[in-house]
Write a protein that binds this ligand. Structure first.
Ligand code: ADP
Length: 719
């Protein structure tokens, strides 16, 4: 008899076996309906095999679904990714099927004229409707609105047979890009980089680091490589990954201008019906360019020839909820499995990627300077020990002075502070209590716009209480430290005539509001933008010539593995927003620790020095990229069950060389949403098969149902 192993989107370690009914032709990748207990689930066939005389009584596959099969290499990738991240392969396949949750959009109903038929009785309203419509077809409500009549007028014309209702497919946006539509004239550096990238595509798997300061034209260069690829091979598919949805819109517009057709868009903000359309068009080979967030990696490409990971250093590529994976690392794996080229682009490449480039594993393309006459901003430190701001203020006199000059020239200022809300901590003056969320070890952040206290970790929020919840004192709660809202308040009092806006995930929660803020900034409708990292990345603001970093020490305090690297990247990106084209820019960094190596390197533009020091420190401790890490995180509502499981894991550690296990220890966030958390950390030399070790280890311990274990390979968060 024939047996199919079927991947089902459930947290189980293996595929399930089902009998293949006679006459049902099934192959790897096919989508099937299978029974599981009382349920009927969608699954993907991983394997079909002949067995002889099995004595197990298997349930049978119910049938093959009409949806297209997953391409062979997509499935290879999903299985590889599941092994690499120690995730259930069925859940990984489930991510790839995410586009199929909803039916495609229903056809749109529109009205149009029937020949040149005239109404029996021509009222003025009817005449306007017919004139408005002319040759077009419009939705009835839209037609009534445009004509300025009630919907009854349109309906009357339909009833009379003068207008008819037709159905129009809602599919749009898959027009073929035209590589010759609006080519750019590249400068010599860009042309050389584009040439090298174009040459690499077609040569099989080839990772490339595209390394160039903000504004050097990396985007311009890789779009040229895309154009060459599409000219040579019109069937080819290209995937461009961005770390944040907020960045997708600008790139989509650039691509549309360059190629005369919009790329397909893929991220959580795209509606489920539209996602199904994109999914089907990708597997059907009708889409050439996809621009998306990390989940676009799981789309069923059939001719994937090039992946671009833009802002490759960005830690937003790491997904930590649900399946835990790093989008950039999986993108490299997907390119390898597809035999495609992959371009990792950044002005501040991650140490991992720089290390790979130095070792010669990645081809290293450099863009030397900003395009055209634009120069890099002049970066200076403001020593807050010498020129501190006034008490309960955050802008120091030198920064305020620079703002006065800049605004006086009618140029723009960006004040960068990577902290949402009004104040990061709320403290009781009477008893010293710091307000935390009721079931989470995390301080509540005051938000003045909404008048609430918010836990940024879990989203919990409550109105700001009138009394201290600990000692009951009235009017005793004080905000401590600044968030963007508080800096805005200070800027407003200093510059009452300036047009000031805040850009954070609170004021720009979705792509549309982010786009609107970016447009206002680009068009010069804002004088001072107070922004978190949401605005510090990727955008080009032509009139921005001063970036003030309110707290350059902020990221350095954390002390986790990548604290220095992340601060370096974020501040380089933030200061890189300053100065474009004909206007030279500057950046002022407020700090209490001006001698810190990261800040010194930033001030002197000494990337090599910073990278050298940081890599040497990591090497001394055998930490990534020299070594590898994996974290095990145990959570549960009952402290005892979590403790016992942690102890059982600690007792079952297999013998291994060139590998150490640290912990178990209470996680720095020991309580989240009422769940206790404990962590273990594994460090291994690079040549150790870390995944095999983890698999062997976990096979020895039974995790009770009341405890959840998360495996985080290559962790970025240590909380
Ligand atoms: P990066 O991706 O390195 O930050 P971009 O490709 O976004 O750089 O380029 C920065 C700015 O310079 C953009 O406004 C872009 O349109 C412009 N630019 C870059 N290269 C060229 C070029 N060859 N011709 C015209 N404009 C260019």
């Amino acid at each position: 008899m024939k047996v199919a192993s079927v991947l089902i989107p459930l947290p189980v370690p293996e595929a399930f076996d089902y009998e293949v009914p006679d006459g049902l032709g099934l192959a790897r990748g096919d989508q099937v309906a299978v029974p599981l207990g009382p349920r009927r689930l969608r699954g993907v066939v991983a394997e079909v095999r002949e067995t002889t005389g099995s004595n197990r009584r298997l349930k049978a596959v119910e049938g093959k679904l009409d949806d297209p099969a997953l391409p062979e290499r997509t499935l290879d990738f999903l299985e590889w990714a599941a092994r690499w991240t120690l995730s259930p392969p069925g859940e990984m396949a489930g991510v790839a099927l995410n586009g199929l949750r909803a039916p495609p959009p229903r056809p749109e109903r529109r009205v149009r004229r029937v020949g040149d038929r005239q109404p029996a009785r021509a009222t003025p309203a009817r005449t306007v409707v017919l004139e408005t419509l002319s040759e077009r077809a419009l939705p009835a409500a839209e037609l009534a609105r445009q004509a300025g009549v009630s919907s009854g007028v349109v309906k009357g014309l339909v009833d009379e047979g003068v207008l008819e209702i037709i159905e129009v497919a809602a599919e749009h946006g898959f027009d073929a890009p035209d590589p010759r539509h609006a080519p750019a004239t590249l400068n010599p550096d860009q042309a050389a980089a584009a040439e090298a990238m174009a040459a690499a595509v077609g040569g099989g798997f080839q990772p490339i680091l595209l390394d160039g300061v903000t504004g050097s034209g990396k985007t311009e260069a890789y779009l040229e490589a895309v154009a060459r690829l599409l000219s040579a091979e019109p069937e080819a598919q290209v995937l461009i990954l961005l770390p944040e949805i907020a960045l997708t819109q600008a790139l989509i517009e650039r691509i549309t201008t360059r190629f005369g057709a919009a790329p397909a868009e893929w991220h959580s903000g795209v509606s489920p019906p539209r996602r199904r359309q994109v999914w089907e068009a990708v597997v059907g080979g009708r889409v050439r360019i996809v621009v998306g967030a990390r989940s676009a990696l799981f789309l069923p490409f059939t001719h994937l020839r090039l992946i671009v990971v833009d802002e490759e250093h960005d830690s937003s590529f790491k997904q930590e909820d649900g399946l835990v994976y790093h989008g950039r690392d999986l993108a490299v794996a997907r390119a390898r499995i597809e035999g495609a080229a992959i371009v990792l682009a950044s002005a501040t490449p991650s140490l991992e990627t720089l290390w790979n480039a130095r070792q010669g594993r990645y081809r290293w393309l450099r863009l030397g300077a900003r395009h055209g006459t634009a120069v890099m901003p002049d970066i200076r430190l403001i020593d807050l020990r010498q020129t501190p701001p006034e008490r309960d203020h955050w802008l120091s006199p030198p920064l305020v002075e620079a703002m006065v000059e800049t605004l006086g020239r009618r140029e723009q200022v960006l004040l960068f502070l990577n902290r949402r809300g009004y104040a990061p901590v709320v403290l009781c003056r009477a008893c010293g209590h710091r307000l935390t969320a009721p079931d989470t070890d995390s301080w509540l952040v005051e938000h003045r716009y909404t008048g609430r206290l918010v836990c940024h970790l879990t989203g919990f929020s409550m109105p700001r209480p009138a009394r201290c919840p600990e000692c009951g004192a009235a009017d005793s709660l004080v905000p401590v430290g600044p968030g963007v809202e508080r800096v805005e308040e200070e800027a407003e009092s200093l510059f009452p005539d300036a047009r000031i806006a805040v850009f954070s995930s609170d004021t720009a929660p979705d792509a549309r509001s982010a786009r609107e803020l970016i447009r206002r900034m680009t068009d010069g409708e804002i004088d001072i933008l107070v922004a978190t990292q949401a605005a510090a990345k990727g955008h080009n603001f032509p009139h921005l010539t001063l970036v003030g970093v309110v707290d350059a020490d902020l990221g350095l305090r954390g002390g986790d593995l990548r604290a220095a690297e992340r601060t370096w990247q974020l501040l380089t990106q933030a200061t890189g927003r300053s100065g474009r084209h004909d206007k030279p820019g500057r950046a002022l960094l407020q700090t209490w620790t001006p001698d810190h190596p990261v800040l010194q390197a930033l001030q002197h533009g000494d990337r090599e020095g910073f990278v050298e020091t940081e890599l040497a420190e990591r090497e001394a401790a055998s930490l990534p990229p020299w070594g590898r890490l994996a974290a095990l995180i145990l959570t549960g509502e009952k402290a005892e069950a979590v403790e016992d499981t942690a102890a059982a894991l600690a007792a079952a550690i297999p013998n291994a060389e060139r590998l150490e296990v640290y912990g178990p220890a209470d996680a720095p966030l020991a309580l989240v949403r009422g769940r206790r958390r404990k962590r273990l950390l594994v460090r291994a030399d690079r040549d150790v098969d870390l995944q095999a070790f983890l698999r062997a280890w976990l096979a020895r311990v039974k995790i009770p149902g009341s405890v959840r274990l998360t495996v985080d390979v290559d962790p970025y968060s240590f909380l």
